[in-house]
Design a protein around this ligand. Structure first.
Ligand code: 5GP
Length: 120
């Protein structure tokens, strides 16, 4: 699998500071911000600062430090948003997964009872 990263995607522009965002948490390797079109009371995106197009790309090629930093940000986001009653983490990927933005992002969605994962 070849992963071709397009540095003109909207999250790359956010990381370069070309587009504003509502940052909730940031560390050396990851940025977490509110989704512009929230689908639940809590809806954030956690993204790595490195140029990874998808979860499988990140899992294969990111360094141990990048992966640790990313998941540390996920932990902080869960703490900050107080999703103690639960949440859903979604990584839409490529065509079948209906991924719109080709920079790996993990949706953290919660703050309310969510429906089933997929329609039956
Ligand atoms: P995907 O379908 O790629 O998993 O989801 C992309 C997400 O990015 C969508 O939920 C969409 O609302 C969000 N999004 C798209 N553009 C922007 C933006 O400029 N700022 C923020 N904060 N979120 C965005």
């Amino acid at each position: 699998m070849e992963y071709a990263y397009d540095d003109q995607n909207i999250f790359a522009k956010i990381l370069r500071g070309e587009i504003p965002n509502n940052t909730v948490f940031e560390n050396d390797h990851a940025l977490a911000f509110n989704d512009i079109a929230p689908q639940a009371p809590v809806h954030l995106l956690v993204i790595p600062k490195g140029a990874y197009v998808s979860l499988d790309h990140f899992a294969r090629d990111a360094s141990v430090d990048e992966q640790a930093g990313f998941f540390a940000a996920v932990a902080e986001v869960c703490k900050i948003t107080g999703v103690d009653d639960g949440f859903r983490a979604i990584a839409n990927t490529r065509t079948h997964g209906v991924q719109d933005v080709p920079h790996f992002h993990l949706h953290i969605i919660g703050g309310a009872q969510l429906g089933r994962m997929l329609p039956k």
